[in-house]
Design a protein around this ligand. Structure first.
Ligand SMILES: [Zn+2]
Length: 223
């Protein structure tokens, strides 16, 4: 028997249904843990900052089997990390200097629409300017990318390279380097999530100090 795979049926998701869903979730959660909301409302101390794609299929908490309060989250299309993004820099600064997270994870995902759009030459709209950052990743790794002819493999490799470059961009910020210089425990990682298997691949480029990054990006400690 060959079952034809179809996209998830989202027609049943309604505006009213979301509010009812919230009520149901609160009731179920309180049944299991009557102090859940009282405890969470007292404050947050998440040990992890997640920088991921906005894709609806890659929710940080569900795929890592964690709970509200466990992960501080920033998401944008194709998990791009640039040094002029005030939104991302504000999240990074707050999570490192106020929340004192111990891990920052840049997580891409195979089959990323943003990455695939960056591989092509069709105009999509305003987002083309955002995806230019991923075209820079292609240019930086041009030699390797040119050796990969299969379109799916090209896309998959670019997803990995984009997560690796994103993590490298996090590592080279003054925010992360100053945290390391002050002796703060902080590691930066790059991951990729598979929509097909649900599994995460650690790309093994983690850094937990300035010795792990390219000398070009090293900064002197602030006096
Ligand atoms: Zn994506």
């Amino acid at each position: 028997m060959c079952a034809k795979l179809e996209k998830q049926d989202t027609d049943k998701i309604t505006y009213e249904g979301l509010l009812q869903g919230n009520k149901d979730w609160v009731a179920e959660t309180l049944k299991e843990d009557p102090t859940f909301f009282a405890r969470l409302s007292a404050g947050q101390a998440p040990p992890v900052l997640w920088i991921g794609c906005s894709d609806s299929r890659v929710p940080a908490n569900q795929i890592t089997n964690t709970m509200p309060g466990d992960i501080f989250v920033h998401r944008n299309i194709a998990n791009v990390v640039t040094h002029t993004d005030m939104n991302l820099l504000s999240v990074l600064d707050y999570s490192v200097n106020v929340l004192k997270v111990k891990h920052i994870i840049v997580c891409g995902h195979y089959g990323c629409g943003g990455v695939n759009a960056a591989l092509g030459d069709k105009q999509v709209g305003l987002i083309d300017n955002w995806l230019r950052n991923i075209k820079d990743v292609i240019r930086m790794h041009d030699r390797e990318m040119q050796t990969i002819k299969d379109p799916v493999k090209r896309s998959n490799r670019l997803v990995e390279l984009n997560a690796i470059e994103g993590a490298a961009n996090v590592m080279s910020t003054s925010i992360v380097q100053n945290a390391w210089a002050s002796g703060q425990e902080l590691a930066v990682h790059a991951w990729v999530y598979s929509l097909e298997t649900g599994l995460i691949k650690d790309l093994q480029v983690s850094a937990s100090g300035p010795e792990d990054i390219s000398p070009v990006f090293k900064m002197q400690a602030q006096k």
